[in-house]
Design a protein around this ligand. Structure first.
Ligand code: NAP
Length: 535
């Protein structure tokens, strides 16, 4: 039975059915609310539905990159690998949708084009690209943070006669690279995961790099039965620890000393242990790696030394060695990334030295030469955090447009709400820890907060909640101030929108850590939603 045939006014319309949207549906329907979810794709999973490129995996360990809201779900689901593949995560998303009977609330193939607040009736009116109109008292944007892909805008793309793909919108059927000359543009997380896999299949792979990235080995492996059992036995304390941590991850060891509190040898041993353990732990080995350039350089230089040790051609090793501070852009986690450059069928082009001028019918042309390619892959990232929201024409009170309001950067209160747009919530929106945390831990915290808030408004017999201008300005300033105290603030990363031409440079996520953020949210709620006007 599909409940979404009802054409009346929904209590809540949720946009997007990745992990955020799915848990929001679950939570609200448990409260007895009438919920509709609109989803552009043909299935659930969000980012994990679209990002099917070869080698796609999560870099948060599987047992923690999962929902904690249901103990039954936690106990019955079996993760295979330490870091799950995209296909295993999508299987999990499908399982969650089926197990909690969520699909009946979802209308797939429904891309929301506009969302208008009807101030008179206090109703959100949502229109899809196919012209369907839905109305809801509340609107929850579960549209994702890394979901709006950067469209390749290379001159001559129309003339290119080979195959081309973007990592963030990968075909659902296998792409066969056997015997093909393949190009990949970009060296962020998506490229770093796919390059080693594609290189094994392609006749030749040419990587076009603009900025080298720090990457650390995942040391991925199948999970052993006893470690799965141990986690399952201790899940409640593990989850508690994750929620009370900075990152939403319990296993991440955070150093309690500064980098120069210890000798050079001791520090190197520490980095070496973390390198051997695998994952992103190098950047949290010492307290000041994220704030002090000299401390940061000890970790950065350790990784650069590793790159020089792995890559046999010193010129290529130097090109692959990042010059910026480590962790400033999102650190990558890989399997044999640097090793792949020792293969004879892989070459690296620095586009700073020889920029790409245009695509041509059989490949692409740089300032240096014309390359022939059977296939070009664009791994050029996302319009992060605000892209998916602003892709929708959202208009609040008096027709105010969110695109116009955020022209100089996103302004939110708690990353959950924005003034002028009552009864609209964003999950993992700008101004929240979001991409700086384990997304699922953050999603659960947000969804619980939004559900409690909606319940509270209902219990008061009120109809509308809206962030106040003062609270929003104060919060946005806090987000900025906290970020300014970190080295992350200094890089041209997608955290500051620097990867999208014309995007205003603003540090978008809240860098104060999940536990502190959670406290702030709790404080606001327990004081009767301070900083919001309720009518
Ligand atoms: P990304 O990190 O933004 O990387 C995009 C890459 O494309 C960068 O190397 C960028 O260079 C390059 N690029 C962009 N435009 C270009 C152009 N015109 N010419 C040449 N190079 C160009 O995007 P992503 O790799 O898709 O990853 C985005 C985020 O998604 C990650 O940081 C991570 O948070 C998440 N992610 C996570 C996983 C995981 O869990 N393992 C996997 C994939 C993605 P510049 O650096 O110079 O801009």
């Amino acid at each position: 039975m599909n409940d979404v045939k009802d054409t009346s006014i929904w209590d809540v319309v949720v946009i997007g059915t990745g992990f955020a949207g799915m848990f929001m549906i679950y939570k609200l329907t448990q409260l007895g609310l009438k919920v509709l979810a609109l989803e552009e794709a043909t299935g659930v999973g969000g980012t994990w539905y679209w990002n099917r490129y070869p080698g796609a995996r999560c870099d948060v360990e599987s047992m923690e990159y999962s929902f904690s809201f249901s103990q039954e779900l936690e106990q019955e689901w079996e993760w295979k690998d330490r870091y799950s593949t995209q296909s295993d995560i999508l299987k999990y998303a499908d399982h969650v949708a089926d197990r909690f009977n969520l699909r009946r609330y979802i209308r797939f193939n429904s891309r929301v084009e506009s969302a208008n607040y009807d101030q008179t009736h206090r109703i959100w009116v949502l229109t899809t690209t196919s012209g369907d109109v839905y109305r809801g008292r509340y609107c929850v944007m579960a549209t994702g943070t890394l979901s709006s892909i950067n469209i390749p805008e290379f001159e001559g793309l129309d003339s290119y006669q080979g195959e081309w793909y973007t990592t963030g919108r990968w075909p659902h059927t296998k792409v066969d690279f056997t015997g093909k000359r393949v190009a990949i543009i970009g060296t962020g997380s998506s490229a770093i995961q796919s390059i080693p896999v594609i290189a094994k299949e392609a006749e030749h792979l040419t990587v076009f790099q603009r900025t080298p990235n720090y990457s650390v080995p995942a040391h991925n492996r199948p999970l052993e039965t006893n470690e799965i059992d141990t986690v399952k036995r201790n899940y409640s304390s593990i989850r508690e620890k994750a929620r009370e941590s900075q990152s939403g991850i319990s296993y991440l060891k955070i150093g309690t000393q500064n980098a120069f509190d210890v000798s050079d040898n001791e520090r190197d041993d520490q980095y070496q242990n973390r390198w051997e353990y695998g994952g992103t732990g190098i950047t949290t080995a010492y307290m000041d790696i994220g704030t002090d350039e000299n401390a940061n350089n000890t970790a950065a230089e350790f990784v650069r030394r590793k790159i020089r040790g792995i890559v046999s051609d010193p010129v290529v090793a130097e090109l692959l060695s990042p010059k910026n501070t480590i962790g400033c852009k999102r650190i990558c986690v890989d399997t044999d990334y640097f090793e792949t450059y020792n293969r004879e069928n892989v070459s690296l082009i620095d586009v700073n030295e020889t920029p790409i001028i245009r695509l041509v019918p059989h490949g692409l042309q740089t300032t240096d030469k014309t390359f022939n390619f059977d296939c070009i892959i664009f791994a050029i990232g996302f319009d992060a955090m605000t892209g998916a929201l602003l892709a929708i024409d959202i208009r609040g009170k008096s027709g105010i447009s969110l695109r116009e309001k955020w022209e100089d950067g996103p302004m939110t209160y708690l990353g959950l709400s924005t003034e002028g747009f009552p009864n609209m919530f964003t999950i993992t929106g700008p101004g929240s820890p979001s991409v700086l945390s384990n997304m699922i831990t953050s999603i659960e915290q947000h969804v619980n907060w939004i559900a409690n808030c909606i319940t509270y408004i209902g219990s008061l017999g009120k109809e509308e909640i809206e962030a106040t201008k003062e609270a929003e300005i104060d919060w946005t300033n806090q987000v900025e101030e906290i970020a300014q105290g970190t080295l992350r603030y200094t890089c041209n990363s997608w955290y500051v929108g620097a990867n999208v031409p014309g995007k205003k440079r603003i540090f978008m996520p809240y860098a104060g850590g999940l536990s502190k953020y959670n406290e702030e949210c709790k404080k606001v709620a327990s004081a009767g939603y301070t900083g919001f006007s309720i009518i």
